[in-house]
Design a protein around this ligand. Structure first.
Ligand SMILES: C[S@@+](CC[C@H](N)C(=O)[O-])C[C@H]1O[C@@H](n2cnc3c(N)ncnc32)[C@H](O)[C@@H]1O
Length: 312
């Protein structure tokens, strides 16, 4: 963990300058930090945007919430999954927000803490739950799901070309004891020639299992929908994703919102007359600077997309 003059740094916020500049025009009001983590982005937003903004932070990890709650009187952090965002806002009588930020995935803190089981480089239990609300653990999937279910998860959520081989190797090696045992089994299942490219051979399988454990893609679709619905006109939604499956969901939702029309593509003219609800703030995803990826390896795969709510 990095050190700062104030103490250990929980998580270095990714593309913080870009996030600040995207939220600067909203001026005042409530900004939802849907993935509060160590509060790195929230802290930077409060410093840059001043007293006119308040933050409602959500995190499904109780540890993140415990760290963040005492941060600043302008901040409230709740231990909730962002897929429940609409409910969280209703409970607080919040009708609309000035902004919503999603910085997806796991924090550096969660990965580095081997006891959570997210890392293929540290020995830990087969857990991978971001919070106690997750429906199952990595152990359930790795040691109890059928070979075809396992192969499906690894193929769909890890985009692993050798998903069938990896699933067969896992089933043959059961019971898998811990994260390093799993990483070893996966590595041995990948042909030697393919191991030389694409980073650690277990990276894609670990990503797949984590996504399945936490139902991450379903949560993202639902959370994003709630955030867009609750933005006031001129309010902005900013999403930082770390792999193509997340980015695809964000891109499709933003593009659909900017298009408005929901008629089937083979209709010669629009009959739905649905107006656009979003304006894209960039056509292509924004990537971090070389300087940032040099100093913060976590930023390397980051892609940022942003959209603004337009008047109905
Ligand atoms: C990349 S970290 C965020 C770091 C934060 N932006 C910062 O600067 O400190 C992602 C955080 O989102 C949380 N998270 C992931 N999925 C979530 C969900 N569906 N609902 C609420 N929190 C979630 C994780 O527990 C983790 O703490």
């Amino acid at each position: 963990m990095n050190q700062t003059p104030e103490g250990p740094r929980y998580h270095e916020p990714v593309m913080a300058e870009e996030v600040i500049e995207l939220f600067r025009p909203v001026g005042s009001g409530l900004v939802i930090d849907a993935t509060f983590g160590g509060g790195g982005h929230s802290r930077r937003l409060l410093e840059a945007l001043g007293d006119d903004i308040r933050i409602l932070g959500l995190d499904r990890d109780p540890e993140a919430v415990a760290e963040g709650s005492a941060m600043d009187p302008r901040v409230e952090v709740v231990n909730r999954n962002y897929r429940e965002l609409a409910e969280v806002l209703r409970e607080r009588n919040v009708a609309s927000a000035a902004g919503a930020l999603f910085d997806l995935g796991v924090s550096g803190h969660q990965v580095e803490e081997g006891t959570r089981g997210f890392s293929y480089q540290r020995r830990g239990p087969l857990d991978m739950r971001m919070g106690p609300d997750a429906p199952w653990t990595a152990d359930d999937i790795v040691n109890h799901w059928t070979e075809s279910e396992l192969a499906g998860v690894i193929r769909s959520f890890g985009e692993e070309r050798f998903s069938a081989r990896v699933a067969a190797a896992i089933v043959a090696a059961r019971p898998i004891e811990d994260t390093l045992h799993l990483a070893e089994v996966v590595k041995a299942a990948i042909p030697a020639a393919a191991r030389r490219s694409g980073g650690h051979p277990a990276r894609r399988t670990f990503q797949a299992i984590r996504i399945a454990v936490n139902e991450e893609l379903e949560a993202l679709s639902e959370g994003l929908e709630a955030a867009i619905t609750h933005l006031r006109p001129g309010g902005r939604c900013v999403v930082i994703s770390y792999h193509s499956l997340e980015d695809r969901i964000v891109k499709r939702r933003f593009v659909a919102g900017a298009r408005g029309c929901v008629c089937p593509p083979d209709f010669p003219v629009c009959v739905c007359d649905r107006p656009a609800e979003l304006r894209l703030l960039a056509r292509k995803p924004v990537r971090p600077s070389a300087e940032e990826t040099g100093s913060n390896p976590r930023a390397r795969s980051a892609r940022l997309r942003a959209a603004e709510k337009v008047a109905a």
